[in-house]
Design a protein around this ligand. Structure first.
Ligand code: ATP
Length: 305
């Protein structure tokens, strides 16, 4: 198992009677791009603020880089964040905005700002004041500001929200580059699973303050890819039959289902073999699920659930 960079145990934030974050246990591997997915109001921002030290937890524990409790103060500078709006000085250009943050951090290295501008794709914008930037440019500068001090963990709250497809692609490329070139661990939240599906390596799905599921990209893709779905009472009983038929890409999905991800044309034959082995099949179908449908089903169907 790969090394964990961040784990929470029972992390909870209560506002009055409402638990905005309710006993959340996440497990974030070093080097992951962790997609934190939830609808509006699910508790994403609150959770990310606690991770970044911007809000105190009501209960529970955060362990980061092997530190927890009061010791977390020691590693705060290893976490960079962009939460809510980037907080730019509108009358200054990108360079000047970054310069202010570098001064605060005591960074004087030559070319430091130029490197960041290059990483976030803003090298060519010249002296344009940030108040004239597109939303995508502002977000990328916001990411650039979070990079000052070279954090090992980058926390980005809905950086894609409200961007047009071109802006989405640019932010996505920037994030991918950070992981590949600077080997950062990145947590990125969104209310649209599909938007993160091209880059995230792991996912946490939060709903009404609770973490419903954590899964890897591979697990998610398996759940959503085209498959034969067999519905039966005791799926384990079918395993020897699948083995004898030479199936290898299958998975017992739950107490009533087996998913098979290969030889989709052989469902009738499979049905027959199972019947021959005395295993009653309640249903057999070929399905695939859109990522977004998967997410909506998990979080209760209709848009307003
Ligand atoms: P969004 O994408 O809409 O920001 P979110 O998933 O980030 O949603 P949060 O902003 O974390 O969700 O909010 C979770 C819940 O906690 C919401 O019901 C919100 O109204 C409540 N909440 C958040 N901050 C506060 C606060 N400072 N005081 C009271 N309630 C709050």
């Amino acid at each position: 198992m790969s090394e964990m960079l961040l784990q929470t145990k029972g992390l909870t934030k209560q506002y009055g009677h409402q638990k905005a974050v309710d006993h959340v246990d996440v497990h974030i591997r070093k080097g992951a791009i962790y997609g934190f997915i939830g609808r509006n109001g699910a508790g994403k921002t609150t959770f990310l603020k606690m991770i970044s030290g911007l809000a105190a937890a009501t209960n529970g524990e955060i362990e980061m880089f092997g530190y927890k409790g009061k010791d977390l103060q020691k590693i705060r500078s290893r976490v960079g964040c962009l939460i809510e709006s980037p907080g730019l000085y509108g009358n200054m250009d990108a360079y000047e905005n970054l310069k202010i943050k570098c001064t605060l951090f005591g960074i004087k290295e030559k070319n430091y700002i130029e490197e960041i501008l290059k990483t976030v794709g803003l090298s060519d914008v010249g002296n344009k004041k940030t108040k004239h930037y597109s939303l995508g440019m502002k977000q990328r500068l916001g990411i650039g500001l979070a990079l000052v001090g070279e954090p090992d963990l980058l926390v980005l709250d809905e950086p894609i929200n409200g961007l047009d497809p071109q802006g989405i692609a640019e932010v996505r490329d920037t994030i991918q580059k950070l992981r590949d070139e600077r080997s950062m661990t990145i947590i990125i939240s969104s209310h649209i699973l599909e938007e993160l599906s091209k880059i995230a390596t792991d996912y946490g799905i939060i709903h009404k303050g609770m973490l419903l599921q954590e899964l890897t990209r591979e697990e998610l893709m398996n759940r959503c890819s085209e498959r034969i779905e067999v519905n039966l009472d005791q799926p384990e009983q079918a395993v020897p039959v699948l083995d004898s038929m030479g199936f290898t890409k299958y998975q017992v999905a739950d107490k009533e289902h087996i998913y098979i991800f290969e030889r989709l044309g052989e469902s009738a034959q499979l049905n027959m073999e199972l019947a021959r082995a005395g295993i009653p099949v309640k249903g057999i179908s070929i399905t695939s699920e859109e990522l977004e449908t998967y997410f909506l089903n998990l979080t209760g169907g209709g848009l307003n659930a």
